[in-house]
Structures are given as C-alpha cells and as structure tokens.
Design a protein around this ligand. Structure first.
Ligand code: ZN
Length: 216
C-alpha cells in the first residue's frame, strides 16, 4: 500500500499500448462492490480495468488478440487465479500482476506467494514508513486509533479504519491476552497499551489520505 503498485502497473500497460500490443486489465470485485472501471494511481493516472468476481471469469473475457493481461490487487483473488495466469502465459500472453505480498498481519497474502515463485520477474516496491521514514514494506492496519490485533475481524462494524505504510520495526500486530480472548471481540477489549499510544497520537499520525498523497 502506498508503494506505487498501481502506478507501476499503469506504466507497464501504457508502454505495451505504445508498443501496439492489445492490452486488457482486470481487477477483483471487493466487498461486493464493482467500483470504478479503472485502475487509478494515487497521482491520478488511470487505465480501464474490468472488475471480476472470481478468477474463473477471466479466461472467457480475454480477447483472442490480447497479448498483454494486467491484473491489479491480485492478492484479493481466489487461489484459482494461479491456474488462470499460468494458462494465459502458456497461451503466449504476457501477464503483469500488481498486489500486496503481505497482509496487515505481515503474513503472505493469498495467492501472491505462489505467483512470486512462478514469475519470471518480480519487482518489490517500497513505500515510506510514516513513523520513522525508512523504507516501508508492510501495511499497518489501525482500527479506532490503535493497531489492529492479529485476529482482528476483517470487518469491524462501526469502527473507523485506516491503513499506513510502515517498516518492519514500526509495524505492530498486537496479540490478544488470553483473558481478552475469552471476552470475545467486544470493542471494550481493545485497550491501548503504552507503546501503542506513542504511535497513535493524532499529532504524529497522518490521515490515510495525507499518507496517500505523500507516498503516491
Ligand atoms: Zn519505521
């Protein structure tokens, strides 16, 4: 996040267009919303992208004369995306994927580890850690002002969420204490610890949108 993945995907597909290649870009439908029909970078550059619900939809949508297929947010696809991409490549297409390699917990994200292993070329982009300014390779999830727990539900009803770029040292994924686990996941159990308060102070932390502008 904030590392310029979409910019890089857009840059590459636009170069393919300049080279007179026929290009199609796909992206996953997230949260049941189709959203905009474009891949848009933080600096406003964009390219038309077709939203699809599952990887299975892609093969039938790829035109015969398409030689380059772009896939954005590939981490959100089902495991079947690996087979789909391998088939496209076996049929002579060049496939360019952009996605996060780690989820907010710092764990390998969905099909991405497999794609990294199979890819001819891999470029790992870095954002800027908003805490210390070092190169950031991780996504910090913040729920109601404090770092999200390792087992935080993907959707926390009524909570205010933000994501930040952070380096390995500043990335925080607190584990719930056993007593907290037995209480379930009520909002009362999300008590900030001292070390979290340091990072969560409003004066230090940029809003998500500020961060996007800064890190592009
Ligand atoms: Zn840092």
């Amino acid at each position: 996040m904030f590392s310029g993945k979409s910019e890089e995907l857009i840059r590459r597909v636009k170069r393919a267009v300049i080279a007179r290649r026929s290009v199609q870009v796909f992206k996953p439908v997230i949260d049941d919303r189709y959203g905009a029909l474009v891949v848009r970078s933080h600096d406003g550059d964009s390219f038309i992208a077709r939203p699809v619900r599952t990887s299975e939809e892609i093969p039938a949508l790829v035109a015969l004369d398409t030689s380059v297929v772009g896939i954005d947010e590939v981490q959100f696809f089902d495991p079947g995306i690996v087979h789909v991409i391998r088939s496209l490549v076996a049929n002579g297409r060049r496939v360019i994927c952009a996605g996060l390699d780690q989820d907010f917990r710092g764990e390998p994200f969905g099909p991405v580890p497999t794609l990294l292993a199979l890819a001819e070329r891999v470029e790992k982009l870095e954002a800027i850690c908003i805490v210390c300014g070092e190169a950031a390779t991780r996504t910090q999830r913040i729920v109601d002002g404090i770092p999200a727990f390792y087992d935080e539900p993907i959707i926390v009803v009524g909570a205010k969420e933000a994501y930040e770029a952070r380096c390995r040292s500043c990335h925080e994924v607190p584990r719930r204490l056993p007593a907290m686990q037995s209480e379930g996941e009520s909002s009362e159990s999300r008590v900030p610890r001292d070390e979290r308060v340091r990072l969560a102070s409003d004066s230090e932390r940029l809003s998500s949108s500020d961060n996007e502008r800064l890190n592009g």
